[in-house]
Design a protein around this ligand. Sequence first.
Ligand code: SAH
Length: 393
Amino acid sequence: MKKLYLNRGKDESLRRFHPWVFSGAVGHIEGHPQEGELVRVLTAEGEFIAVGHWQIGSIAVRVLSFEDEPIDHDFWVRRLRVAYEVRKAIGVADCEDNDTYRLVHGEGDNLPGLVIDMYGQTAVMQAHSVGMHVSRMEIAEALKEVMGERLANIYYKSETTLPFKAELGQENGFILGQTPDNVAKENGLRFRIDWLKGQKTGFFVDQRDNRSLVEQYSKGRRVLNMFCYTGGFSVYAMRGGADLVHSVDSSQKAVDLVNDNVELNFPGDLRHKAFAEDAFKFLDQMEQDAYDLIILDPPAFAKHRDAVRHAIKGYTKLNAKAFDKIRPGGILFTFSCSQAISKEQFRMAVFTAATLAGRKVRILHQLHQPADHPVNIYHPEGEYLKGLVLFVE
Ligand code: SAH
C-alpha cells in the first residue's frame, strides 16, 4: 500500500476521527496511486494515522479505518454487519410491514462514499467515491455474506454519483441477480420504485418517519403535497384519513409515479389528484384557504456552499407563498435537504417567510433525518435533512 505523508501539524482532525483528508493537508505521496487506490496515511514524522481511498479533488482521502488493518473481505463484512445490526436495533430491518431502509449511509456508517438502500430483497448500491467504485465487487461479496437469503439482487447505480473527471464510464446495472419486481413496503404501504431510472436510489427513504407524522395530522384535512415525487407523503395522508390529497410535481414522470402508488394502495379512491406543474406557479394560482395541511419538500436549493444565499431566498419565497395561502388553523410541514444550509439558517428563512405573510406561527415539531441515516459524531457535515411542523393560526 502506498504511503501518504501529511504536512506537519495536519493530523489534528484525523486524531479526532474526522474521516476526510483534504488535499491541502497532503505533504507528499510515495509513488503514484491510482484514483480509488488504498493508501496509508502517515504524519509528517511517519506515524500511522489511517487507511483510506485516495482520490483527486479537494477530499484527497476518505478514511476507512483508523486502525492499521487490512481492508479485505473480513473488513467489509465487519462494517456491513454492524450497519445491519444497527438497522435491526432501530426496527426497520427484518420487519413484517417494512422492507425499505437505508443499510449504509456513508460516513454515518464509517464507510465514506458508499450508500446502500434496501428494497425488499434488492439492494441498490451507490458509490460516491472512486474508491468505493473500485471496491464494489468486494463489497457485493461481503453484502451477500452478511444478508444471506434476505438478499437476492444488487443493483449498482453510480452513473451520476461518481466524479465525472475520473472517466470511469460506469453504467448502471445488476451486479447480482436481476428482477423486474420493484414494489417495496414502507410501514405497511406499498410503493413502486423506479430504481433503474428514478432519482437517487429510486425513493426518498429518508422521509419515512416524517411521512408517519403527516399521517397523524391528516384526518379530515385537505392536503397539498408539493414536490411529491413518488408520492410518499400523499399515500400516508390518505391512510391518515385526509378529505382530499393533491400532489404536485413539475415532472410528469413523478406525477405518473404518484398516481401509480396511490392506485396500488387505494384503488379507485377519488380523494387524490396529481398535477404536473411548477410549485411556485401552483402556489400563486391556487385559491386562498384551499388547503389546511401543506407539505413542502423541495429538492436541495443549495448544492454547494456558494449557493447558500440564493437558496435561503428560495426557501423564504416558497414558504411565504404557503403561509399566505394556507387556511387558518392549518399545518405546514416544511423541509430542506440542502446539506450546505444549517438548521438555524433554514429556521431563519421560514421565520422571515412567516413575517412577510404576517401570520401567527407556532413550531410544533423540529424534524430531521431518520435513524437509518445516522450522523457520525466526528463528521457533523453528515447532517442534512431538517424540517419544521408549524401551526398557522
Ligand atoms: N417529497 C418527495 C421527494 C421530493 S424530491 C418524497 O417524499 O419522496 C424533489 C421533487 O421536486 C422532484 O420530484 C422534482 O421533480 C420536483 N421539482 C423540482 N423543481 C420543482 C418545481 N419548481 N416545481 C415542482 N416540482 C419540482
